[in-house]
Design a protein around this ligand. Structure first.
Ligand code: C2E
Ligand code: MG
Ligand code: MG
Length: 499
């Protein structure tokens, strides 16, 4: 209820004073309720009922100013931490089970988070599958880590969604208040950066922010800006790494590997720029360029060297490219434009891309195969391929990841993994290629295990198109050309031939 007093005044200025008094009594409890409802909605997430980003930032601001006041009067025990949480498998669950179950999962996560925190801690949903926690009054970073570990344990328990048991893990970034912050946005940003680092380190873990991460994040931002320009300015080129038969030492083809010639920083490795290109979507135009350039190069070699007609060029496809509706059209265009046989082009896709959406992947693979193209699973052994569907995937080759090959000498376990992958490929009727072959011992071991094709520094590092052309030209004469000029490239092949 509100009471207002309206005082009427005389138009005639000579006789001042009130002439009329209106007393208005109005029941405004409905309006107040609506107002409160609006305020609630402005600061809460409707799906989970948790506070939202705006409320979280507000509370963070209050905590920061309280902490700085207490610091002034030498009251150190007022540290707090921000935890930034991102679910590791939400997209998979949402895409496979549907949005209704996705929503149920988010609600269940919110309940579990509330349960495993103290009442004075604040948990909020920022949006999507991102949650934040404000942990007040902690004494050391290990307190924050203990809470993060507790959250991880809780979230990793199965969630009952209808008749399904869904599993997920969470990556958590932690930022501590006593790093000289003055703005709540900065604290949140750093917790987010640490979360990103946790993802990079393999997900399902927590990482505490340090300043080095911020520097790296800024570097990434610069790379991203430069990358956009690099595509327009055509700063990319391809290098080619020979793929060699381990029994006869013959060249079977090349893998095309992207290189970025940065005007100031020099040659930048794809390990640095491909993940950023993936994340920003720039991989789509870049990948299209790589595909076309590789086909153009193959056309040049075929026109120049007779020995090139049976060679193949392998192109790496990223997840985003693989999901593109017009990928098939792009491939057909490049093959036709450069008058190539589909046998001359191979595609490499990592396990994780295939696993993410197995139905779509199987369809796409079948369409690629119907064109006559071979497809390899790249970095095999590092992803999560399940044996149950591996045999159903229309792929031709498993490429054993370098990490297993490189440790094969010393470590029985790695040798067993290599042996198992080779056996698996044989049983499934797939070909197998060893990546990262660096020594003669590895060549011998691989051959004895039944792997007949490999690539690696032992044969040659990735080289530019001219050097690759010389390799094609010298094919079959490697041993006798003794390898005078380019010992680094040719010598190992010679010694292998002499085995
Ligand atoms: P990848 O497809 O597994 O390529 C093999 C990588 O292993 C190459 O690294 C190659 O230089 C390296 N390598 C080959 N043999 C050896 C060896 O004996 N020892 C060692 N230590 N390394 C060896 P690179 O060129 O730095 O490429 C890294 C990754 O970047 C590639 O791994 C691939 O996943 C990605 N990439 C490169 N070019 C492209 C591209 O055009 N598109 C996409 N989507 N990804 C690309
Ligand atoms: Mg590859
Ligand atoms: Mg690989």
């Amino acid at each position: 209820m509100s009471i207002s007093l309206i005082q009427g005044t005389e138009k005639n200025t000579f006789s001042a004073g009130p002439r009329a008094l209106i007393l208005q009594i109005q029941n405004i409890s409905d309006r107040k309720r609506t107002e409160q409802q609006l305020i609630y909605e402005a600061f809460h997430d409707p799906l989970t009922g948790l506070p939202n980003r705006a409320w979280f930032l507000e509370q963070l601001g209050i905590a920061l100013s309280r902490a700085s006041r207490r610091e002034n009067i030498l009251y150190p025990g007022n540290r707090f931490a921000v935890l930034f949480l991102d679910l590791d498998r939400f997209k998979v669950i949402n895409d496979s089970l549907g949005h209704m179950y996705g929503d149920q999962l988010l609600q269940a996560i919110a309940r579990r988070l509330r349960q495993c925190l103290r009442t004075e801690d604040l948990v909020a949903r920022l949006g999507g599958d991102e949650f934040t926690v404000l942990l007040t009054n902690i004494t050391s970073e290990s307190d924050a880590e203990a809470v993060a570990a507790r959250i991880q344990k809780q979230i990793s328990q199965p969630f009952k969604l209808g008749e399904f048991d869904a599993f997920t893990t969470v990556s958590i970034g932690i930022a501590l208040s006593d790093q000289g912050y003055s703005k709540s946005e900065d604290l949140l940003r750093d917790a987010d950066t640490a979360m990103y680092q946790a993802k990079l380190e393999g997900k399902a873990r927590h990482v505490i922010f340090d300043q080095g991460m911020h520097t790296r994040a800024v570097d990434t931002l610069h790379i991203e800006t430069d990358l956009r320009r690099a595509i327009e300015r055509k700063e990319f080129c391809l290098h080619y790494q020979p793929i060699v038969s381990l029994d006869a030492g013959e060249l079977t083809g090349f893998e095309a590997l992207a290189r970025w010639l940065h005007p100031e920083r020099g040659m930048i490795s794809p390990a640095e720029f491909i993940p950023i290109a993936e994340e920003t979507g720039l991989i789509v135009p870049l990948g299209q360029w790589v595909l076309n350039e590789a086909c153009l190069q193959m056309r040049k070699w075929k026109s120049l060297y007779r020995g090139a007609s049976d060679l193949s060029i392998s192109v790496n496809l990223s997840g985003k490219q693989f999901a593109q509706a017009n990928l098939i059209e792009q491939i057909i265009y490049s093959l036709n434009h450069w008058v190539l046989d589909p046998r001359n082009l191979k595609l490499e896709i990592t396990e994780s891309v295939l696993v993410e959406n197995i139905e779509t992947a199987t369809n796409m693979l079948a369409r690629l195969r119907s064109l006559g193209l071979e497809v390899s699973i790249d970095d095999f052994g590092t992803g999560y391929s399940s044996l149950s569907y591996l045999h159903r995937l229309p792929i031709d080759t498993l490429k054993i990841d370098r990490s297993f090959v490189s440790h094969m000498g010393g470590n029985d376990e790695d040798q067993e993994i290599v042996r198992t992958i080779i056996l698996l490929a044989q049983n499934l009727g797939k070909k197998v290629i060893a990546e990262g072959v660096e020594t003669r011992e590895q060549v011998e071991k691989l051959r004895s295990l039944g792997c007949l094709v490999g690539q690696g520094f032992y044969f040659s590092r990735p080289v530019d198109s001219e050097a690759a052309g010389r390799l094609i030209l010298n094919q079959g004469r490697w041993q006798s050309s003794v390898l005078s000029a380019r010992e680094d490239v040719f010598e190992p092949l010679a010694s292998m031939r002499a085995m």
